[in-house]
Design a protein around this ligand. Sequence first.
Ligand code: SF4
Length: 326
Amino acid sequence: MKKATTHPLRTALPTRIGVSRCLLGEKVRYDGGHKRDQFLTDVLGRYVEWVPICPEVEAGLGAPREAMRLVGDPHRPRLVTIDSHIDHTRALETMTRNRLDGLKSFDLSGYVFKKGSPSCGIERVRIYNEQGVPSRNGIGLFARGFIEQFPLIPVEEEGRLCDSTLRENFIERVFCYRRWQDLIQRGITRQALIQFHTIHKYLLLAHSPQQYKVLGRLIGQAHQYRPKELAHRYGELFMKTLAVKTTVRKHVNVLQHILGHFKERLSAHEKAELLGVIGDFHQELTPLIVPLTLIKHYVQIFDVRYIRDQIYLNPHPKELMLRNHV
Ligand code: SF4
């Protein structure tokens, strides 16, 4: 009898993602408007639970309000209104401290920030010097606090999610981080960590074969660490590895490795067909979903358990169709 397996996407808790509130269509912007992002509200929102935050409104600045910008020292900029020059830095910093403390219990698995905002932007936010000249090297005050407090949680800006590769990578990391949180909450053991590492093997290889080896060495030395320390080291490296960009070449390597698990059971015709489909992907004639679908078909037919359990085959809900575009 076949042993039932847990679906790799099934997690113990909802996948919660923090989000700049204006991106969900709420009228919290300085001009009383919003910046609703349709992908977030209508597509991704079906599979995650949003935790919306507007730092400026929560700092008591109201909506609408006078527009603000970052000024001064790039390492410690101040948040100042553009016309009346009122400094709201302290209000934002207090709000950030209090909110981040409260957020610990939310178990966020990701955060989508509004780009360019002096409170929410995570990169290239304008900072103005004393002469009023901007340089694009700032981070929003709330976003900076969030990243410092939760360095492993995947963060992204809504603008970058228009890029299909970045979008796929971000959402993959969100679901991976959710699984990692589940593992930690169940109470990490060396055995559980080995299992976790095993089912992520091909996903990690698609990002970085070098980092996968480093993670493997850590697993090999697991007995040298106390479980908490081991989890800390592994979690950090795991998330760092997933942030390395995948490439067509790395995917092709992974597909060929997977093929190695059942190629002896294919007829000459089937093998040639599958190699042809992988070759088309290699030449970027088709997206990743094409060879993967055929591979999943054979994994199912031949019941190749080791491969069937690999997160690489189902890293995020298929309905998001993220691999139709990479
Ligand atoms: S960018 Fe951030 S601070 Fe500005 S309106 Fe949106 S949520 Fe509020």
